[in-house]
Design a protein around this ligand. Structure first.
Ligand SMILES: *[C@@H]1O[C@H](CO)[C@@H](O)[C@H](O)[C@H]1NC(C)=O
Ligand SMILES: *[C@@H]1O[C@H](CO)[C@@H](O)[C@H](O)[C@H]1NC(C)=O
Ligand SMILES: *[C@@H]1O[C@H](CO)[C@@H](O)[C@H](O)[C@H]1NC(C)=O
Ligand SMILES: *[C@@H]1O[C@H](CO)[C@@H](O)[C@H](O)[C@H]1NC(C)=O
Ligand SMILES: *[C@@H]1O[C@H](CO)[C@@H](O)[C@H](O)[C@H]1NC(C)=O
Ligand SMILES: *[C@@H]1O[C@H](CO)[C@@H](O)[C@H](O)[C@H]1NC(C)=O
Ligand SMILES: *[C@@H]1O[C@H](CO)[C@@H](O)[C@H](O)[C@H]1NC(C)=O
Ligand SMILES: *[C@@H]1O[C@H](CO)[C@@H](O)[C@H](O)[C@H]1NC(C)=O
Length: 384
C-alpha cells in the first residue's frame, strides 16, 4: 500500500516538476512561496501543512519588510533562506556595554533547535583594551582581545587595535558574550569604555569588520545607528523526523538526484539528536527537502543537449553506413544464391540421367512419343 502511494506521489511529482520546469520548485502546491520578496522554501512555511514542524514556521506580516522566525523564544528577522545549502541568514542583535543607554546583552540559545551557528561567521568585538569572550555552558569557547590606541581613531581592518575578530567556532549553539577591560587601572577608561560585539557572516566582514568607533566623532559613529548584523545559521531536519518521512514514503532516500548526511550539533552529551542535511547532486537543482528528488540543472541539460546532437549526427552516419552494408550483403547473397542454384541444376541434370537422355535422344534409340517434356515450373507445382 505504501509502495502504491509512493509511486502515485512520484507520478504527481514528476508531472508537477514538468509543469514548473521553468520556475524552480521550492515548496508544496498551495503554499505561499514568498514573503516580502524573500523566498520561503520547504521545510519552512507560513501555514500549517506548509512547514515541516512549528520550529520552521515563518511569521509573515505583509506590512513589515522581512519575515520573522522564532528560535527558542528569540524573534529573528530573516534575510534569506537556502534549501540547497541548508542555510538561513538572519539579523542578530549586537551586544553593547557602556554605550549611552544602548546597553543590552541578548543571549541567543539554539540548543534543542534544528539550527546551529555556521562556522562561516566571524566574531567581531570593538573596544579599547577589551577582552571579549563567547560562552557556552559556563565556559569560554572562543574570543579575542584588542589593545588600545587612542590616536588611531579609524583604521581599516579589525586586527587587534581597538577591534578584534576571529572565526566563529564550529557547532556554536549559544551566543552569549561577556566583555571586560584588560587594563582597568591605567588610562583608557577601563570599564567605562563603550564596547560591543556581534557575529557577522563572512561577506559582511569588509563592511562591519573595521574598528568603527562608537561615541567619538560624528563621522565615525557608524555603529550608533545599527542594532543588528546579519549572520548565518546552518539547519537540518531532526534525524527521527527524517527517518519517519523516509519510512512513510514522504521522502525518497534512495534518489540518485540528492544525498543526505547527518550532523551532530548538540553541545549536550545527554541530548543526542543529530540533524540531517540534504543537498542536490551536481547537475541537479531545486529543493532537496521536498521529496528527495531534484530537477535536472539547466547547465547540465544544455551540455546533455549538445551530446545528444552529436550522438544524433553520428547516428545518421552510422545508420547510412549500416544500410549500405546491408544492401551490399543482400545483393551479394542473391548473386551467390543464383550461382549456386545454377551449379546445382547442372549437377542434378548430370546425376539424374540428363546426359544419357540427351545421348539417347540424339541417337534416335528412344521413342520420342513416350517422352513428355514438362516445364520445370509445372513440375514444381506437381511435386509440391
Ligand atoms: C503587522 O505589522 C504591523 C506594523 O508593524 C502591526 O501593526 C500589525 O499588528 C501586524 N500584524 C500582524 C498580524 O502581526
Ligand atoms: C532555550 O533557551 C533556554 C535559555 O534561554 C535554554 O535553557 C533551553 O535549553 C533552550 N532550548 C529549548 C528547547 O528550550
Ligand atoms: C552567559 O555566560 C556567562 C559566563 O559563562 C554565564 O555566567 C551566564 O549565566 C550566561 N548567560 C546565559 C543566559 O546563559
Ligand atoms: C599603569 O599605572 C601605573 C600607575 O598608575 C604606572 O606605574 C604604570 O606604568 C601604568 N602602566 C601602563 C602600561 O601604562
Ligand atoms: C509522514 O510522517 C511525517 C512526520 O511524522 C508526517 O508529517 C507526514 O504527514 C507523514 N506522511 C504521510 C503520507 O503519512
Ligand atoms: C537514509 O539516509 C540516511 C542519512 O543519510 C542514512 O543514514 C540511511 O541509511 C538512509 N536509509 C536508506 C534506506 O537508504
Ligand atoms: C554523532 O554523535 C554520536 C554520539 O556521540 C556518534 O556516535 C556519531 O558517530 C556522531 N556522528 C557524526 C556524523 O559525527
Ligand atoms: C556543561 O558542563 C558540565 C561540566 O562543566 C557538564 O557536566 C555538562 O554535561 C555540560 N552540559 C552540557 C549541556 O554540555
Amino acid at each position: 500500500m505504501a509502495a502504491v502511494e509512493f509511486t502515485v506521489f512520484h507520478v504527481i511529482l514528476l508531472f508537477w516538476s514538468l509543469r514548473t520546469a521553468e520556475s524552480r520548485v521550492t515548496t508544496f502546491i498551495g503554499c505561499e512561496s514568498r514573503c516580502g520578496g524573500i523566498e520561503i522554501p520547504y521545510p519552512f512555511g507560513m501555514k500549517e501543512g506548509c512547514f515541516l514542524d512549528e520550529r520552521f514556521k515563518i511569521h509573515c506580516n505583509s506590512s513589515s519588510e522581512y519575515p520573522k522566525l522564532t528560535v527558542n523564544g528569540t524573534d529573528l528577522v530573516v534575510r534569506s533562506i537556502s534549501a540547497s545549502d541548508s542555510t538561513i541568514y538572519a539579523s542578530f542583535p549586537i551586544v553593547f556595554t557602556n554605550c549611552e543607554g544602548k546597553d543590552r546583552n541578548t543571549v541567543v540559545d539554539l540548543e534543542g533547535s534544528p539550527f546551529v551557528f555556521s562556522s562561516e561567521n566571524y566574531f567581531v568585538a570593538s573596544g579599547c583594551n577589551n577582552l571579549a569572550l563567547m560562552n557556552q555552558n559556563n565556559s569560554a569557547i572562543g574570543g579575542c582581545v584588542s589593545i588600545c590606541d587612542k590616536n588611531r581613531i579609524l583604521i581599516a581592518g579589525c586586527s587587534g587595535i581597538n577591534c578584534c575578530q576571529t572565526r566563529s567556532p564550529s557547532n556554536l549553539k549559544v551566543f552569549n558574550v561577556t566583555m571586560k577591560g584588560i587594563d582597568d587601572r591605567n588610562g583608557s577608561g577601563g570599564e567605562k569604555q563603550c564596547r560591543y560585539a556581534y557575529l557577522a557572516d563572512r561577506s559582511l566582514i569588509d563592511v562591519y569588520g573595521r574598528d568603527y568607533y562608537y561615541g567619538g566623532d560624528s563621522d565615525l559613529n557608524y555603529m550608533k545607528d545599527v542594532d543588528s548584523v546579519r549572520a548565518v545559521l546552518d539547519w537540518g531536519i531532526d534525524r527521527r523526523v527524517f527517518e519517519s518521512l523516509v519510512n512513510n514514503g514522504s521522502y525518497n532516500n534512495l534518489s540518485y538526484t540528492s544525498t543526505c548526511k547527518e550532523l551532530n550539533t548538540s553541545i549536550s552529551s545527554t541530548i543526542q539528536n543529530p540533524i540531517v542535511q540534504c543537498s542536490c547532486e551536481t547537475g541537479f537543482e531545486g529543493n532537496p527537502y521536498l521529496s528527495g528528488i531534484c530537477q535536472e540543472g539547466t547547465t547540465f541539460v544544455s551540455s546533455r543537449r549538445k551530446i545528444k546532437a552529436k550522438m544524433a549526427s553520428l547516428g545518421v552516419v552510422v545508420g547510412f553506413g549500416a544500410l549500405f552494408l546491408f544492401i551490399s550483403l543482400w545483393w551479394l547473397h542473391k548473386v551467390f544464391k543464383r550461382k549456386r542454384c545454377e551449379k546445382l541444376k547442372k549437377k542434378y541434370f548430370k546425376r539424374n540421367g540428363g546426359l544419357l537422355l540427351e545421348e539417347q535422344l540424339s541417337s534416335g534409340e528412344v521413342n520420342v512419343e513416350k517422352i513428355k517434356m514438362f516445364p520445370s515450373k509445372e513440375l514444381d507445382k506437381a511435386t509440391h
